[in-house]
Design a protein around this ligand. Structure first.
Ligand code: ADP
Length: 480
């Protein structure tokens, strides 16, 4: 790392050594920060926040090395691929270092309080898995083994599962009142940080495959084109494909940034309310007041929990395979109605069904369909007034079936109809919030319909009511 390179080969070797050293530092620090978290050792955590500087320094050195290699040595082919990949790997590993610092900062914010046994166990396993992923990434880089690099994806699936169980545990603990909302939030974030370290390791694996095999999407596209036409070799499209990929990855990045900003904004409100309520509670001795404040606190905590639940559901819909079983629609409808029954009763709204032919079946994923229909019913209740009626109907359509939820509630202005399926879009923010909406319900419905090769349609008029229909393909018509 202090060697002065004299030619391209040496320069590339230094870049590689630096990258491997950075990964090693990340792996070591993941272990240290996890111990600090499990021990509630704020002092060590604080040191780890400051220690990130040396990873940043190496990262700077790699960047300089890459630029020098490009400008002075003008590498060709394989070497050029290595330099391009090295710049990406550098970013991924450097960000992993930042994530370790984020975990360390969370330890500070948790102020020495320690997670319970099950959470500790999951933290330890997430940490070990993140280290394993990073080590595997480094090993695949060192050996240029693209099969090893590919195997990182499976390791990451395990980390994602651990993260999922961990988050569920944090949420249920928060709901039981075992954790205060601020602690829950910090612990939930900690899980997310480990998971993102895994994502970065997966990226490193992808870059290694790029060094060894070339640009994967381009190769896959070429293979597809070859099998389609079985004709002559496809023309080389490297330049165009690379530009396309950059444009696409910028677009995806922008969507992700917007989404993260939205999530933060959505969480800020209840979390802010929680800290204000907690302060108020502290200074108030009146028993009735305290009861009221506690109830308000619980409601805000539930809102945070609901948002996290819906976010996890969206992630699950994006990442897990949809299973295609033959399902009776009437069973799906009744399961969903049961789920919203007490909410509907509490609001004095009645739900009835028409035309539920017992023999009508579709091909689909039971859990997803019940969830989507529950969301539609939930909304119908939320945006209806007491004593209004909601009707669920099912009918056979060409190649499938359609389920419709119709209400006589507040309705949606025409101009907003397109937008209600966007994440966090709400026509009436206050009504949605006050009645426990998360702004994600219809995004989930649309996702479920898409996963099934179907669609959602909406018709609505302000003050007259709304009707949402989900079209699903018939059993046996979908190829999983
Ligand atoms: P929310 O949790 O806010 O209900 P959704 O994604 O389920 O979020 O719905 C988005 C927005 O669409 C709602 O905030 C509401 O303004 C509008 N909306 C959804 N369903 C209905 C309905 N049945 N009647 C009137 N407005 C609705």
């Amino acid at each position: 790392m202090t060697t002065i390179p004299t030619g391209l080969t040496e320069r590339l070797a230094v870049i590689e050594q630096d990258l491997l050293a950075m990964v090693e530092m990340v792996v070591e620090r993941v272990g240290l920060v996890t111990s600090a978290l499990l021990e509630g050792d704020v002092a060590t955590a604080d040191q780890l926040v400051d220690a990130d500087d040396d990873i940043d320094l190496l990262s700077y050195q790699v960047e300089e090395g890459c630029i020098a290699a490009l400008v002075r040595e003008q590498p060709l082919q394989v070497d050029l691929r290595f330099v391009v990949a090295a710049m990406h790997i550098n970013m991924d590993v450097e960000r992993s270092g930042d994530l370790v610092s984020n975990i360390a900062k969370a330890v500070g914010r948790l102020q020495g309080s320690r997670p319970d046994d099950q959470m500790r166990d999951l933290v330890a396993r997430m940490s070990a898995q993140a280290q394993l992923l990073m080590r595997r990434a480094a090993e695949s880089l060192r050996t240029r083994d693209s099969t090893l690099a590919e195997s990182i994806d499976e390791l990451d699936d395990v980390l994602d599962d651990l993260h999922y169980y961990y988050t569920q545990h944090v949420i249920s603990d928060a709901r039981r009142g075992g954790l205060d909302p601020q602690q829950s939030l910090q612990l939930a974030l900690v899980g997310r940080f480990y998971e993102r370290i895994g994502d970065h390791a997966e990226n490193v694996g992808e870059r290694v495959r790029y060094i060894v095999d070339g640009w994967l999407p381009e190769i896959q596209a070429a293979q597809r084109a070859r099998t389609r036409s079985e004709g002559p070799e496809p023309r080389p499209t490297r330049g165009l494909a690379v530009i396309d990929s950059i444009a696409e990855s910028r677009r995806v990045d922008a969507i992700r940034r917007d989404f993260v900003a939205n999530v933060s904004h959505e969480l800020k409100t209840p979390v802010g309310a929680i800290s204000l309520l907690a302060e108020a509670l502290e200074g108030d001795q009146d028993v009735e007041d305290r009861k009221r404040l506690t109830e308000m606190l619980r409601r805000e905590a539930t809102r945070v929990g609901d948002i996290i639940d819906d976010l996890l559901e969206l992630t699950r819909l994006e990442e897990t395979e949809t299973s295609f079983d033959v399902l009776d629609l009437d069973l799906i409808v009744h399961a969903a109605i049961e789920k919203v029954r007490s909410f509907a009763d509490g609001n004095g709204v009645e739900i009835s069904t028409v035309g539920l032919p017992a023999e009508l079946s579709v091909s689909g994923d039971r859990r997803q369909l019940v969830r989507a229909l529950t969301n539609l019913l939930d909304n119908a209740v939320r945006y209806s007034d007491p004593e209004q009626l909601i009707v669920v109907s099912v009918e056979a359509i060409e190649d499938g079936a359609s389920i419709t939820v119709k209400d006589d509630g507040v309705g949606i202005p025409r101009a907003e109809l397109e937008r209600v399926f966007e994440r966090f879009y709400r026509v009436d923010r206050a009504r949605s919030r006050d009645s426990g909406g998360t702004g994600l319900g219809l995004a989930i419905v649309r996702h479920v319909a898409q996963n099934h090769g179907g669609k959602v349609l909406v018709e609505s008029k302000p003050d007259e009511g709304s009707s949402f229909s989900m079209h699903l393909p018939a059993a046996g018509t979908v190829n999983p």
